[in-house]
Design a binder for this molecule. Structure first.
Ligand code: XMP
Length: 508
């Protein structure tokens, strides 16, 4: 297989670049900026290198750098945003620090033909997000495009091997970004179109077989698409040596243990359901801080898994971790922590089990493609995502059994109405959150002072960005009426109209 690598200089979008390359049927993975020159030099089938954007200014003391010998390998390089500035400064271009910022959609003009812009209009809209500006390029380079504020919005060297673009080709807001990436991959790098989901599945099965060998493994099955897909994939690799464990934390959806039992009953997979409610409620007693909750839950999960693993002598813990869990947990070299996903940032340091996470490079929609490819039942594939910490992060404040029961019922009613009104598949994820406040109302001619449920419904592709779903008002009314009628503790229902960013999907 040919491949194009992405060198991560700290952008939240680095992985999206690799994903775009894979969408164009070429294998791609993200490497940290510290990847050694020799490692890159020896990579098999390497056809191109993309340097990502990043939040730093190249003038900051600790701003990320690369081993610049990579630029001399003769393999085409494309620098995006910070990557563009880094190349410009290294080759002797003039980069102005802290100049006028360009943020958002900007008019861009192509100044000269380039294989990168093959058959593209001369004027187009691109998405910018930067402070430093490239002012000039040295001999051996020419300027291929500009915007009002960036005289060097794109450049190319004379031999056509090094390219820079100040804007982000990987986001959909850049009109022809996808075509530019296509041009880079096929016209410049001459990569072959030889990567697809079948290859991914075959490669992963080989990799898992090699990694786990004859050892035993357990997987934490939550009933969501990630862990179910992971279980199906790993079963293909190691068969009966995989045991699925469902930890009933007490923070699961109503009837989840029964649903999961029936979902996997037809699979050739042993399932153990462990009632750990007491442990989790005790662990979270008096805890209100979201990060603390996530860390405690992450640790308790591992302790439960360790005990179960000892019983069957399993050495490996398989997790359905996906890429957004990793990036938001701040687990790449230059990224910041948004929240510690229980299965990444919430893991304890002293853990006995070895981790195996075959889906960690994929986004949710790619996991769904793998699921289809390996025959995971459709009713599991279409399920809305549900976070590992469960309802604990949908209860703002302390998690008591009474508050769990309220939020469980609210989530059940919401789900029921979405299904009954054929709206479940119209939204990407929908859930109810219990707020830590009481408000005044009037019920049966008397004053009430009750709690509040917030409804959150979002449209997304990969969970990295999301827009609130524009739900019909009559459906919202039905849901709200049922929640206030059927749950005696609730006197008010509100609807969350925040996109991601600036909000995240979950409230905690
Ligand atoms: P956020 O809230 O970060 O969520 O915008 C993005 C997606 O991830 C889910 N989520 C989690 N999934 N463990 C998980 O397995 C977690 O700790 C976790 N936190 C959030 C969330 O439901 C959404 O689909």
């Amino acid at each position: 297989m040919t491949q194009i690598i992405v060198i991560d200089l700290g952008s939240q979008l680095s992985h999206l670049i690799a994903r775009r390359v894979r969408e164009l049927n070429v294998f791609s993975e993200v490497y940290p900026n510290t990847v050694p020159y020799d490692t890159v030099k020896k990579m098999k089938g390497l056809k191109g290198i993309i340097l990502s954007g990043g939040p730093s200014s190249i003038y900051e003391d600790s701003s990320p750098e690369i081993d610049y010998r990579i630029l001399k390998l003769g393999i085409p390089v494309l620098g995006i945003c910070y990557g563009h500035q880094l190349i410009a400064r290294h080759v002797g271009g003039e980069v102005e620090g802290g100049a006028k910022k360009e943020y958002g959609i900007t008019d861009y003009y192509i100044a000269r033909d380039s294989p990168l812009f093959h058959e593209l209009p001369r004027e187009q809209k691109v998405w910018m997000n930067h402070g430093d500006i490239v002012r000039n390029m040295p001999e051996g380079f020419h300027i291929t495009g500009r915007t009002e504020n960036s005289p060097v919005a794109s450049f190319e060297n004379d031999s056509g091997t090094i390219f820079g673009v100040q804007f982000h080709t990987e986001v959909t807001h850049t009109d022809h970004g996808f075509q530019m990436m296509n041009n880079f991959i096929y016209r410049v790098c001459k990569a072959e179109s030889d990567w697809n989901m079948d290859n991914f599945v075959d490669e992963k099965i080989k990799e898992i077989k090699k990694r786990i060998g004859k050892e035993k493994a357990i997987i934490g099955l939550s009933g969501g698409v990630d862990s179910s897909t992971c279980a199906a994939l790993v079963t293909k690799a190691i068969g009966k040596n995989l045991t699925a464990i469902f930890i009933d934390t007490g923070f699961m959806r109503l009837d989840e243990p029964d649903e999961i039992r029936s979902a996997v009953s037809s699979w050739d997979l042993e399932l153990k359901i462990i009632d750990s409610k007491k442990v989790f409620f005790e662990g979270l007693k008096g805890v209100s801080d979201p990060e603390e909750k996530r860390k405690i839950i992450g640790e308790l999960f591992i302790r439960e898994f360790e005990r179960e693993a000892r019983e069957i002598d399993a050495k490996y813990l398989v997790q359905g971790t996906i890429y957004p869990d990793i990036i938001e947990s701040g687990s790449t070299d230059n990224s910041s922590t948004i929240k510690s996903h229980h299965n990444v940032g919430g893991l304890p340091e002293d853990m006995d089990l070895l981790l195996c996470e075959p889906l960690r490079d994929l986004y949710k929609d790619e996991v769904r493609q793998v699921a289809k490819n390996i025959g995971v039942p459709f009713n599991l594939i279409r399920r809305h995502p549900f976070p590992g910490p469960g309802l604990a992060i949908r209860i703002i404040g302390e998690c008591t059994p009474e508050r769990v029961s309220i939020v469980q019922k609210a989530n059940y009613i919401l789900h029921d109405e979405l299904v009954n009104n054929n709206y479940y598949d119209e939204t990407w994820q929908a859930f109810a959150v219990l707020l830590p406040i009481n408000t005044v109302g009037v019920q049966g001619d008397a004053r009430s002072y009750k709690q509040v449920i917030a409804l959150r419904m979002v449209d997304s592709v990969d969970a990295m960005t999301a827009n609130f779903t524009k739900v019909p008002h009559n459906l919202l009314e039905k849901i709200s009426t049922r929640i206030t009628n059927e749950i005696p503790h609730i006197g008010r229902v509100v609807f969350d109209i925040t996109n991601k960013p600036p909000g995240t999907i979950e409230w905690e």
